[in-house]
Design a binder for this molecule. Structure first.
Ligand SMILES: NC(=O)c1ccc[n+]([C@@H]2O[C@H](COP(=O)([O-])OP(=O)(O)OC[C@H]3O[C@@H](n4cnc5c(N)ncnc54)[C@H](OP(=O)(O)O)[C@@H]3O)[C@@H](O)[C@H]2O)c1
Length: 273
């Protein structure tokens, strides 16, 4: 593990990272632990969480696994209760856990629609509200919501596009309502990231996503570290004057225009942390 941020930045701080056992969430958790935070990895699959905890502990960090289904209000309440029993306080929340499946709009049924909205929109709401009511209302804190690049719609994933746009708007409301409690709330919108999460898609769709490397000005997919770094910046005191924004980390994919197509210029090496 490595970081461009100062070691000790998060000494004495506690962070919950949903979906912290895999992919982008695990990278964020590892880097935060490296910077001194005690991290809580929260999601449904205990085996993945325990692997993450073992990795972080092996790197000298402090981490706990707490099972949590963010779609289920009771499970969220238990997760925050258990976290407070383990750590005594919460300073940061990273709402990274999420999921979706590819489908054209006309083929999404109610069950699939509800599942994606419940996870990505309602899950972020439940987690943020519970952390606020049990901790941040008294001490302040910082939240970063991982969304997606949905400003131009989200073809083949209308459900997650709608959910993430909802989270972006909810972020602005929370930033406004909770500012007086010392709470900052921001989003990071990743472009297409070569995370382990891509393996959850069937081969043809994964191939389709890998082609997105040609849609940004770095002419490659992003790395997990390239999402962890902006999340850590927004959580940290360096962003004390920043709330209610979306930081887009996508090498200008969201500005992609046929008039100025990306070229394979080989001058944008990846940052691996
Ligand atoms: N990779 C990209 O290109 C990209 C681009 C834009 C946005 N994102 C978003 O970034 C986040 C991380 O993605 P990733 O690429 O790292 O994929 P990933 O490894 O599949 O991460 C998704 C995580 O969310 C957790 N999760 C899913 N449903 C949950 C639930 N109901 N309750 C609690 N946790 C749940 C999963 O853990 P369990 O299965 O153990 O619950 C998993 O650890 C996701 O929200 C993803 O949609 C990714």
């Amino acid at each position: 593990m490595n970081s461009v941020f100062k070691q000790g930045l998060f000494n004495g701080k506690t962070a919950i990272i949903t979906g912290g056992g895999t992919g982008i969430g695990l990278r964020i958790a590892r880097e935060m632990a490296y910077l001194g935070a005690t991290v809580i990895l929260a999601s449904r699959k205990l085996a993945n969480l325990e692997k993450g905890v073992a990795l972080i502990t092996g790197e000298g960090g402090k981490a706990y696994a707490v099972e949590c289904n963010i779609r289920d209000e009771e499970s969220v309440k238990n997760c925050i209760k258990k976290t407070l029993e383990l750590t005594g306080k919460i300073d940061y929340l990273v709402n990274n856990g999420g999921g979706q499946f590819p489908s054209p709009v006309e083929m999404i049924n109610r069950k699939g629609w509800n599942a994606v909205i419940d996870t990505n929109l309602t899950g972020t709401f439940f987690m943020s509200q519970e952390v606020f009511n049990k901790q941040f209302i008294n001490t302040g804190g910082s939240i970063v919501n991982i969304i997606a690049n949905v400003g131009r719609g989200f073809p083949m994933m209308a459900h997650t596009g709608a959910a993430r746009a909802g989270v972006e708007n909810m972020t602005k409301t929370m930033a406004s309502e909770w500012g007086k409690y010392g709470v900052r709330v921001n989003c990071v919108a990743p472009g297409t990231i070569n995370s382990s999460g891509l393996d959850s898609y069937a081969a043809p769709y994964k191939e389709f996503i890998l082609e997105f490397a040609k849609n940004n000005q770095a002419y490659r997919l992003g790395t997990e570290a390239e999402i962890s770094a902006p999340v850590i910046f927004l959580l940290s005191p360096a962003a004390a004057f920043i709330s209610g924004i979306t930081l887009i980390a996508d090498a200008a994919e969201s500005l992609f225009s046929p008039v100025m197509p990306p070229s394979d210029n080989n001058v944008n090496p990846p940052f691996e942390g």
